[in-house]
Design a protein around this ligand. Structure first.
Ligand SMILES: N[C@@H](CCC(=O)N[C@@H](CS)C(=O)NCC(=O)O)C(=O)O
Ligand SMILES: [Fe+2]
Length: 421
């Protein structure tokens, strides 16, 4: 569990405390619930800005900024694994997300930009020089990003990456700068990969960011020690990487850091260059055989149908005769029950009928109701010397929350051919 409050450093106290309960499903890494605790008057949420959110796995800060009148909002550097949390915050605050903005193509986590676009209809924006071709708005230095009567201004600050940008925002009588990985609290982004340059970063820090008024609030892209914000003045004076250093000293410090590369860089950078669109979004995974033990593999209903159409495989429907009759059947499939209704007793003729039905040069694809019986049937087919596969999801898929089948995957759900009666 982690808690985050938001507000400027001068706030008397965090007006609203957001407690995010991460009930991590180990396999899916989903943040499933969000609880908002009002420390003061509920109305306080209408003025709290920016909202600072944290992803503990990558120590990434995400910022949600909004215009209090129109409720239009922008989000900076959202993280894919926090999608549900971010959508819940948008709903809770009654915000309409209009823009998803990146400071750069991240190397340590995957952006949720494309997912947020799907859920909210927002546009994506990214620095042009980052090469994120999927972003709707390609930003150049000085670009203005509007939400309601508010605006962010893009500052090109190359160094951590060649395209990196910071975003300036004036709100509540203060200036704020969202620095991504260009400037961190008591630190700065590394410059040893992804078109990084210590010389460029020195110029961005000393000539672009240090030119901002000292009291400008610094909102970093990460913090690995729980610090939430700083100011330009404090960083100018105290940041050990750069304060009082010449360009040569800074470059030699940066070039000697020898940091291990981010654990997820190989996955994250290609995904982030496409706004976080999954690398298998072209459907490659749909048409790939997934490994299994005791039979040739697991396949999707879509791959099964394409193999049936090309003539390389025979589909064997191992549901009971009653299921095929009442629920529906696939034209051309061999009906051969693994177990028979009533009582679901094993079919004593299964082996013989299977060998009669399937030519030895064809693959055999086992289909049942939800993809469980068909595993046993695929194993048996393999023992009998056939190249046998299990069709995932079965004819009807798994039951949904109302115990209804047919709405959560399955042959019928995917629109593949079937008949009834
Ligand atoms: N241990 C982290 C490393 C994260 C990392 O290298 N972060 C980059 C930003 S993408 C950085 O510049 N860090 C600055 C620093 O560590 O000083 C991981 O594996 O993800
Ligand atoms: Fe980064």
């Amino acid at each position: 569990m982690h808690s985050l409050a938001s507000g400027t450093p001068k706030n008397v106290a965090p007006v609203v405390k957001i407690v995010v309960i991460d009930t991590l499903n180990a396999a899916l890494h989903f943040c499933v619930s969000l609880e908002l605790v009002w420390a003061f008057a509920p109305d306080a949420r209408l003025t709290m800005n920016p909202i600072q959110l944290f992803d503990p796995a990558s120590s990434t800060y995400t910022y949600l900024l909004f215009d209090a009148d129109s409720r239009e909002a922008q989000i900076i550097d959202p993280v894919d694994e926090q999608l549900e949390r971010d959508l819940a915050v948008l709903r809770e605050y009654g915000l309409k997300l209009v823009l998803v903005v990146e400071t750069h193509a991240h190397a340590d986590h995957v952006t949720s930009a494309s997912l947020l676009v799907e859920h909210t209809g927002a546009l994506t924006a990214a620095p042009e020089a980052c090469g994120i071709r999927t972003a709707a708005l390609q930003l150049q230095d000085g670009a203005e990003l509007h939400f309601g009567r508010q605006q962010l201004r893009a500052l090109h600050t190359p160094g951590h990456t060649a395209g990196s940008m910071c975003y300036l925002w004036a709100s509540g009588g203060r200036r704020h700068v969202f620095t991504g990985d260009t400037l961190l609290i008591n630190g700065c982004g590394r410059t040893d990969f992804q078109s990084g340059s210590a010389a460029a970063l020195y110029r961005s820090l000393t000539q672009v960011l240090w030119a901002l008024p000292d009291e400008t609030v610094v909102w970093p892209g990460h913090d690995y020690e729980g610090r939430r914000h700083s100011t330009i003045g404090a960083e100018k004076r105290n940041n050990p990487r750069i304060a009082g250093k010449s360009q040569a000293e800074f470059q030699s410090l940066m070039n000697g850091l020898n940091l291990p590369k981010p654990a997820r860089i190989d996955e994250a950078v290609p995904a982030n260059l496409r706004s976080g669109v999954r690398h298998d979004a072209d459907g490659a995974a749909l048409m790939a055989v997934r490994p299994a033990s005791g039979y040739a593999g697991n396949i999707t209903p879509q791959l099964a149908w394409s193999w049936v159409q090309s003539g390389e495989a025979m589909l064997v429907d191992v549901r009971s005769d009653a299921e095929r009759e009442w629920v529906g059947f696939v034209p051309g499939a061999v009906g051969l029950a693994w177990k028979q209704w009533p009582g679901m007793v094993p079919n004593p003729d299964f082996d013989r009928k299977l060998l009669d039905a399937v030519p030895s040069d064809k693959k055999v694809l086992m289909l049942c109701r939800s993809g469980v019986r068909s595993i046993a049937a695929a194993r048996r087919g393999t023992e009998l010397g056939l190249e046998a596969y299990n069709v995932l999801e079965g004819f009807e898929g798994d039951p949904d929350e109302q115990a209804q089948r047919g709405r959560r995957g399955g042959w019928r759900y995917h629109g593949l051919p079937w008949r009834q009666g």
